[in-house]
Design a protein around this ligand. Structure first.
Ligand SMILES: [Zn+2]
Length: 146
């Protein structure tokens, strides 16, 4: 098979069952659910999701939903050096959501609307596919309007 796909500059993760054990994460994401893994033995919750619990080394992990609301812990507004495929400016946020902290992007927001402590909600964006992963999705956040 010939392809023009250039893996070395692809900024997005593989998501197909053939390429990653984390494919259930992306399957949930494409259905609008932000999930991660939790250990059945010690109940430790990880981010990013893992196949083995980093707290007790058990392979008995299960998928659990994260809450519908999180809080911005830190943020930065990037206007230069942004990877291809990201908007300018890009608002990067560190979000406390349930027991985990997620570094992601805030979309559909003006830089003036961002400050630490604001409430955000998980959202999903589609990103360019590859010959191996025609449809790919990433978790992002949007402002939570009360
Ligand atoms: Zn554990």
């Amino acid at each position: 098979m010939t392809t023009n796909y250039v893996a070395t500059i692809d900024p997005f993760p593989h998501q197909s069952p053939k390429l990653t054990k984390m494919y259930p994460f992306y399957d949930h994401l494409r259905k609008g659910r932000l999930v991660t893994t939790q250990c059945r033995e010690c109940r430790h919750t990880t981010w990013p999701p893992k196949t083995i619990c980093p707290a007790c080394a058990s392979a008995g992990v299960e998928w659990v939903d994260l809450p519908e609301e999180g809080t911005v812990i830190e943020y930065t507004i990037a206007e230069r050096g942004i990877p291809a495929g990201f908007s300018i400016p890009t608002i990067f946020v560190l979000v406390q959501i349930g027991p985990v902290r997620i570094l992601s992007r805030l979309i559909d927001a003006d830089p003036d609307q961002v400050e630490t402590g604001i409430s955000v909600k998980p959202a999903v964006v589609q990103v360019p596919g590859t010959p191996y992963d025609p449809e790919r999705f990433l978790p992002v956040f949007k402002l939570k309007t009360k």
